[in-house]
Design a protein around this ligand. Structure first.
Ligand code: EPU
Length: 421
């Protein structure tokens, strides 16, 4: 297992580029199963979860190729095995994104139930509920969900009891080929949902309202191939933004979408950092050694993203005063707090709340990454810690960040990958 060795104390300075969004690339790849024609996807990040999804598409019978220009071409001429096996699902929960497209395209889907996860239970009951509403007959046995819809799916009026991002995406991908109209209430409004809807519309789908709480879909008989460019990764951009602030650096972030980062930008400005929105997807952030503590509560988009909570907590260890961080999306997403404490942070956990008392000097230590965003939080803390931090299990970070050590090193961080023998 690879590790990162990080020597803290240097400001991040210069320009850093943002990759395509992992959480958009995943549903976009799943959506390729909806058509027999080829689809070309651009700006898909080369991260491990994307490799896993490509493997899953190949398993179902699709041809997936990496083109010379960096794009990915998928052709699901035939879907011979409409199945997501346990071996794949156990390493990536987002595999449940193929449930909707497989059922819509082939009338059959068999998807392994994901197990527990470091950040919470993360059931997929709402995905199942949505497909049942569209008329699929669903059975659960031997750890698998089996959906059958031999007569095709039928559009319905559906309301999710709670907002789910991949659940909304899964339903969208099923409804585009269902007969008649589907109305989804309480839909997720994340930019990744909008990106998927835009791709599906280019494929011939009829969708209105993506980005709002009510999405309307008028089913069509078939979809065709397309080309689509994935949106920038707002969580990667947000991680870099926090990196610029926490190191009191001067960092220019290129190729991002500031509107997708509004809640974070507001918070770091309130904390005392200067963020200039320079147009054309460029943000310049200048940090300060005199940060103020600012409370945060995670919410669905456009609220403060749960995927930035861990990184923000690292930042608050360096702000004056006590900040209260409330996690409302996942029930167990504070594993990073315990590791941050090993580096000297003063954090008290109380259920879904973390009380972070700053400003505490951090010192390098051996820490363990428990999930993707927790790892990013530890890397950020290490950038300001005195001495060397070893972050173990960086395979978590490789799931969702493209060459993060190279990108950070290019703006002044002393970070290197220590490969396991
Ligand atoms: N939930 C249910 N039943 C369901 C689905 C969700 O109870 O059927 C609950 C979850 O347990 C959670 C809440 O609803 O408490 C919200 O979960 P959601 O379904 O929105 O999460 P997700 O779709 O599984 C996506 C991202 C996550 C991100 C969340 C929240 C992808 C591939 N994953 O997960 O990203 O944290 O939305 O924004 O889009 C990450 O990138 O590190 C990551 C975990």
């Amino acid at each position: 297992m690879d590790k990162f060795s990080i020597e803290g104390g240097l400001p991040l300075e210069g320009e850093i580029a943002v990759s395509g969004a992992k959480n958009s690339g995943l549903p976009a790849l799943a959506a390729c199963l909806l058509t027999a024609e080829p689809v070309t996807l651009r700006r898909v990040p080369a991260v491990r979860d994307i490799q896993t999804m490509k493997r899953l598409l190949r398993y179902t019978g699709a041809t997936v190729s990496d083109e010379a220009d960096g794009s990915i071409r998928v052709e699901a001429r035939e879907v011979s095995r409409p199945e997501a096996p346990y071996e794949v699902v156990k390493t990536m929960r987002a595999s449940s994104l193929v449930l909707g497209p497989l059922a819509a395209r082939t009338g059959r889907a068999r998807v392994s139930l994901p197990g527990g996860c470091a950040i919470g239970a993360r059931p997929i009951n709402l995905h199942v509920f949505a497909l049942e509403q569209l008329g699929a007959v669903i059975e659960q046995s031997h750890g698998y969900i089996e959906a059958q819809s031999p007569g095709g799916l039928k559009g319905r009026h559906i309301r999710f009891e709670r907002i789910t991002v991949t659940g909304t995406e899964d339903l969208l991908m099923a409804a585009v080929l269902a007969e008649g109209e589907t109305v989804l209430e309480n839909a997720a409004r994340e930019p990744e949902v909008v990106d998927l809807a835009e791709m599906l519309i280019k494929m011939g789908a009829r969708i209105e309202g993506a980005g709002s709480p009510v999405i309307r879909v008028e089913g069509v008989e078939r979809l065709h191939g397309t080309e689509h460019t994935i949106i920038p990764d707002r969580i990667e951009a947000g991680t870099f933004l926090i990196g610029g602030v926490i190191t009191a650096g001067d960092l220019t972030i290129r190729g991002c979408e500031p509107e997708h980062l509004r809640a974070l930008i507001d918070k770091v400005r309130e904390a005392g950092a200067a963020v200039d929105e320079q147009g054309e997807g460029t943000l310049r952030v200048r940090g300060t050694h005199r940060l103020r503590s600012v409370d945060v509560t995670t919410q669905e988009h456009p609220g403060f993203a749960t995927d930035l909570q861990a990184q923000y907590m690292a930042l608050m260890t360096q702000a004056d005063g006590i900040s209260i961080i409330t996690e409302t999306i996942f029930e167990n997403r504070f594993m990073h707090a315990l590791e941050l404490m090993r580096m000297g942070a003063n954090i008290r956990l109380d259920g879904r709340r973390a009380y972070v008392a700053g400003k505490r000097p951090l010192s390098g230590a051996a820490v363990i990454a428990s999930d993707l965003r927790a790892s990013a939080s530890l890397v950020l803390a290490a950038l300001v810690a005195k001495g060397e931090t070893i972050v173990d299990r960086v395979y978590h970070i490789d799931r969702g960040y493209e060459k993060i050590e190279e990108k950070l090193a290019s703006v002044g961080a002393r970070i290197r990958r220590v490969e396991s023998k």
